[in-house]
Every structure is written in C-alpha cells, then in structure tokens.
Ligand binder design. Sequence first.
Ligand code: PGA
Length: 251
Amino acid sequence: MRRYVIAGNWKMNFTPSQATAFINEIKPMVEGKDNCDIVFCAPYVTIAAAMEAAKGSNIKIGAENVHFEAKGAYTGEVSAEMLKEIGVEYVIIGHSERRQYFGETDETVNKRTKAALAAGMKVLLCLGEVKEQRLAGITKEIVSMQTKLDLAGISAEDMKNVIIAYEPVWAIGTGLTATPEQADETCGQIREALAEIYGAEVAEATIIQYGGSMNEKNAAELLAKTNVDGGLIGGASLVAEKFTAIVDAAQ
Ligand code: PGA
C-alpha cells in the first residue's frame, strides 16, 4: 500500500512573514487529515519561518533544490548539510523550471539526488516530457530514459526516500492538465522503468506523484488512478482552500 504525498511547490512565492500567515491559516484546515503526508517546499529564506509555524502540526516543510557538493566555492548554492541542520526533510530536485531556465540536466539532477539522499533527506524527483515529445508519441521513451539517468547509481535501499513527481512540462502552470488516463498511463510507464532497474517490489513501493495544474477540481479524479500516489502542486498550493481540497481528495 503506497501512501499519498500531497506536496506544495511554492516556487518563488511567499516571504517568511507571508509563509507564516499561510501556514497558520491552513494548519487547522488540514488537521487530522492523516491519510496523506502533507509537505510545502519553500524558498530557502522562507523555510525557517514556515517550519516554526508548522511546528506540532501534520505539515512538513521542504526545500526546492540542493547543491551536490558538500561545500566550497559555489556562489548562490545551498548544501544538503545546511538544509539538514535546520531540519529540512524533503527537497524537490529536477523541477522542469530548473531544467528549462537554469541549465539543470539529468546528470546534475542525479548528483543532487545522491547528495540529498546521503544527507538523509527525502527527494521529490521531478521528470516529464515536453509538448513536442508527447505529440511525437515518445513520452514513454523520454520518461523511461529520465528515470534511468536521474536514478543512476542509486540503490534500491535509497529508493525508500525517493518520491517521483511525474510532471508533463506542457501542464505546468498552463492550466492544461493531463487527463487522469494520461497521468495514470505515464506514471505506470515510470513504474515499469523502475521495475527494470530495481525489480517489481521497489517499483510497486515507490510513490509517484502527478504534477501540472493539479487543483481542487481535478485532484479527486487524478488521485483515484492506480499509479497516481499524490500530487506536486504549484499554483493551487498558494491558496489554503484549494490546497485543502486536494488534501481532502486524498483522504
Ligand atoms: P502548477 O505547478 O500546479 O502551477 O502547474 C506544478 C509544479 O510546477 O510543480
């Protein structure tokens, strides 16, 4: 039985005080809704305030990226040890916006994932096809290849701490959502790729989220699908009522 993980990706939104206000607002709304893990991934400077506000609740706070080196001359980067020391449990890696705008590749995604796992964090590993790839009918090949490259050298044991977020790039922030059937099919193809690498047991145990314009209206249908084990939510994670409705859909 896989457990739902409903995670918000705040992206470059919420200052520390705004995050505090948001967490204080949503905390009572999701209280006791324990059929899923609830995570918000926050900008680095906002993490501490969000964690403080979330203390004692069922909300966990994560980061949106992490560097692969332990320390050194990497201006603007943050290490896994730094995140770990302030109590960060989850980190998004390989988000399509990082891949699109900041030169992230499968190789750097793999290195960052290894660093986060070595520090004992849980990784929300994002992958997915772009529109042209879906139209060309090569989605399965793309997500299988990304799965293999992004997880190269990562052990079956470490897979307990890897959550995969299938995010079709054409659906992110566009209001276009994959149909429940498309989400289920592609998450299933990722699961097949996992089975090829790690065997059926690990593939069946790995949590695979869907992300890309998931909202309060479409969440129930998406989450009802066999291969969809949660959501990575951008826009709707900034509005307490909308995010809570998605958590409700996972109950
Ligand atoms: P969206 O973003 O829900 O706004 O489409 C999802 C994501 O980028 O993780």
